[in-house]
Structure formats: C-alpha cells, structure tokens
Design a protein around this ligand. Structure first.
Ligand SMILES: Cc1ncc(COP(=O)(O)O)c(C=O)c1O
Length: 282
C-alpha cells in the first residue's frame, strides 16, 4: 500500500472530508532519496506553520515521521505528499466543535525530468492567468491550487515551467516553483507578502546563498526586472534548482536568452538537498 490515512493503509477519503469539500487543509511534497525523506524537518515545520495559520490542530510529530519513514523505506527515489485536512464534518463552512484532522501520506513515483534542465537550463514562458493578492492566505501551501492549475494548462513543451504574475503585474512564482534572479552578484526573489507559496527549497536556497556570501533581497519585482537579470533560477523540493536559459514573453512576441551563470553553479554545488535530488550535477 502506498498511501496512509491517519496511519492506516487506505486509498479512500470519506466523502465528508473538508479537504475535499472546501480545500480546507494544507500539504507538503518532499523528495525521498535512498530511503530518506529529504529536508524532513523543514517540511514538518512548514506543515505545522500552515496548519497553525489555518487553525487546524497539528498532527503528532512522532506519528507523522513514522508514517513518512514507513513509506520512504527501501525507496531509491520517490515523492511523498503529506496532506493535512481539517477532517470530516459540517455541511457549510462553519467548523463543527468536535472535529479531528485527517493526516494523509501518499507515495508517488519519482518524476524523471531531463538532466538537461539542470545542466543547460529550461525554457520559461509567462502565463496569462494571474495570482490573487491575499495577505491572509499568502505563503501557505493550502489545498486550494486552482490558480496554479489554470496556469499549468497554459504551457507545455518546449517550456518546462510557466511564470505567474499577480494582479498588479508583480512576478511571484512559477506554476510549481519559486523564482530567483541574479544581478551583479546579488540574488533577488519576489516577496510573498501578498501571494505565493513559501517554498522549503526557496528557504534552503536563501540560507545557502547567505552562507556563500551572496546577498539576497526580497521585494516586489516586474517582468522588466527579470529581463534585465544576469541569471534566472526556479526551485522546488523535487527539482532542486533549474537555471533558466530562455524567458519567453508571449505578449511582446519576444524571448530573452540566459546562460547558466556563476550564481546558479555556486548554489547548486553548495546545496546538500540539491546534490541528493540531482546526484549527477554534483
Ligand atoms: C506554486 C508553488 N510555489 C512554490 C513551490 C515550491 O515549494 P517547495 O520548495 O516547498 O517544494 C511549489 C511546489 O510545489 C508550488 O507549487
């Protein structure tokens, strides 16, 4: 069995679960390498932070870790998705007084992205779908991902990711990644005070850059800022980081090329998580 619900082998969710009815919950997706969940502690901390923001009681650390270890054991490479919902109950939005959260751990096969994405970079296009600005939900990896689903519908090969802007033209993230760009030896990443997901890999990348002495700034940035960058990178817990070799701007029918630069190389070589996710790039 490759899925657990509250610690029991299970492949079904009760029809009244609020995660299904309202997207009332949060999740985290992590990489497994040689039987080990990578960056487990960071995923745990993000999960309980998101649960706290949504006022969902946190799961037991020991129980969840045991379940993660059970599904990770003996897996050379796999993906684990941990989902926490508020549980079953209530026909409307109001939360019933007695409710116990559902804790799911699902295992998926490892996605085999082309090695060239890491070595030579990806082509990135800009999505038309926008992200809504909402300070009360920003940063949270909650179960309502309709914006990313609409964004993801907009691109396919030769692009490996789509860039999403908010409703005020600020660059926020990729459809499934966080975004960085480098200029004159500095690293920049969109601030997430209005929308976006506070990615585990984003935090690892920021820490790694600081350890390497690369200054990191988080602010509001436009597409023009990206176009005038020296390097662009996207990251998440499954891909590590991918440099961008081509930024396609559909509205102006233009594209801008980049090379895999010194900042991407330095970060890639110094990130333990990246080396485990993509061993051949070490
Ligand atoms: C919209 C979005 N932003 C950022 C991320 C990166 O999150 P993490 O680094 O925790 O994998 C993801 C991951 O799926 C995502 O879907």
């Amino acid at each position: 069995m490759d899925s657990l619900l509250n610690g029991q082998a299970c492949d079904q969710l009760p029809l009244q679960d609020r995660g299904l009815l309202y997207g009332d919950g949060c999740f985290s997706t992590l990489a497994v390498y040689q039987g080990h969940p990578l960056a487990w502690r960071a995923h745990w901390e993000r999960l309980i932070h998101c649960a706290d923001r949504l006022a969902i009681p946190p799961p037991s650390y020991e129980a969840l870790l045991a379940e993660v270890r059970q599904l990770a054991a003996d897996q050379p490479r796999a993906v684990l998705k941990i989902i926490l919902t508020r549980g079953s109950g209530g026909r409307g939005y109001q939360i019933p007084p007695q409710i116990s959260p559902s804790r799911l751990v699902l295992r998926h096969p490892w996605p085999d992205y082309p090695a060239a994405y890491v070595e030579q970079g990806i082509a990135l296009t800009v999505c038309q779908s926008r992200l809504a600005r909402n300070p009360s939900l920003t940063g949270i990896k909650h179960l309502n991902r309709l914006e990313q689903i609409l964004g993801r519908r907009e691109w396919g090969p030769p692009y490996a990711e789509g860039l999403m802007l908010d409703t005020q033209d600020n660059v926020i993230s990729g459809t499934f990644t966080n975004v960085f760009f480098a200029r004159q030896g500095k690293l920049f990443t969109p601030a997430l005070h209005q929308c976006g997901i506070a990615g585990v890999m984003r935090a690892i990348l920021v820490k790694t850059a600081i350890l390497l002495g690369i200054p990191v700034e988080s602010d509001e940035f436009s597409l023009d800022d990206l176009c005038t960058a020296d390097e662009i990178l996207v990251c998440n817990s499954l891909i590590g980081l991918w440099p961008v070799r081509l930024l396609h701007l559909p509205a102006s029918f233009q594209s801008k090329s980049f090379s895999v630069g010194p900042i991407a190389c330095a970060l890639r070589q110094s990130m333990p998580a990246q080396r485990a996710i993509v061993p051949y790039s070490a």
